[in-house]
Design a protein around this ligand. Structure first.
Ligand code: UDP
Ligand code: MN
Length: 262
């Protein structure tokens, strides 16, 4: 059975992110399939583009945690839809998968992740005993899917999103290097480590409210305007935009991507 990278988009904004992610995975020479879960909100034009980049485009329903109390603690009420990620365990046509958020960019080949067991992931930079659910290695299985749904309904999610469900379901997760889900941080110990190890990054994750497609891009200069504290990520943001401008934007001339996820 084949193995696949799997991502998720519930609207055109995140689908644009997924298109860039898909192109970046091809450009680093992955030998695995690409699969995307989308919901019916994604427009037909963008769906056709996804079909050109992904081997499989699977339409699923939005699963909402309806947990506004917990999500408002995080100030991210829109993250309830990340429960939709749980559909990924139904992809039993694949023997193993690596889930990637749509706001990730592949900068180096990461296919060695497929040698890792379920559930492998990187530490979350907020609470490092937890894993960040933007990247995880998993094995599609209907029994696991059923157990996850039951767990979501009975135990619930401590943050209202998928990360809270998955961390209590997989407490003995396997840690892989941060280079497989590198995110920006404003912590004072981060920058020296970034200078030492940042060039090893394989998957860069643009976590947080400001997504690459929402940054201002100066097309004359070919440069992204970055917000204070995040300048060190600007080479990666520029790489994201270089792929977007060359391979994605020509297909979507009428869409203002900075507004597409509203
Ligand atoms: N997502 C989506 N639509 C939404 C919010 C999230 O499709 O409205 C998907 C998308 O794949 C996204 C992932 O869920 O990358 C997790 O959300 P996000 O990346 O915004 O969370 P963060 O990584 O910033 O915590
Ligand atoms: Mn993300």
């Amino acid at each position: 059975m084949p193995e696949a990278y799997v991502t998720l988009a519930t609207n055109d904004g995140y689908a644009i992110g997924a298109l860039v992610l898909g192109h970046s995975l091809h450009s680093v020479g992955t030998t695995r399939d690409l699969c995307i879960l989308i919901t019916p909100q994604v427009s037909q034009a963008i769906k056709s583009m996804l079909e050109g980049v992904f081997n499989k485009v699977e339409v699923v329903n939005v699963m909402d945690s309806n947990d506004t109390a917990h999500l408002s603690l995080l100030n991210r009420p829109e993250l309830g839809v990340t429960f939709t990620k749980l559909h990924a365990w139904k992809l039993t046509c694949y023997s193993k998968c690596v889930f990637l958020d749509a706001d990730i960019l592949a900068v180096k080949n990461s296919d060695d992740l497929f040698q890792q067991p379920e559930l492998s992931a990187c530490c979350d930079i907020g609470w490092p005993d937890c894993f960040n659910s933007g990247m995880f290695v998993f094995v599609p299985n209907m029994d696991t899917y059923g157990a996850l749904l039951k767990h979501a309904q009975t135990v619930g999610s401590f943050d209202g999103g998928d990360q809270g469900v998955l961390n209590t379901f997989f407490p003995n997760w396997n840690r892989v290097s941060f280079v497989y889900n590198m995110v920006a941080s404003a912590t004072y110990t981060y920058l020296p480590a970034y200078k030492q190890y940042g060039s090893n990054a394989k998957l860069v994750h643009f976590l947080g409210t400001m997504k690459p497609w929402q940054h201002r891009y100066d097309s004359q200069a070919g440069q992204v305007e970055t917000s204070p504290g995040y300048q060190h990520l600007s080479p990666f943001l520029n790489s994201w935009w270089a792929i977007y401008v060359r391979l994605v934007q020509p297909g979507v001339p009428s869409i203002d991507v900075s507004k597409a996820s509203e």
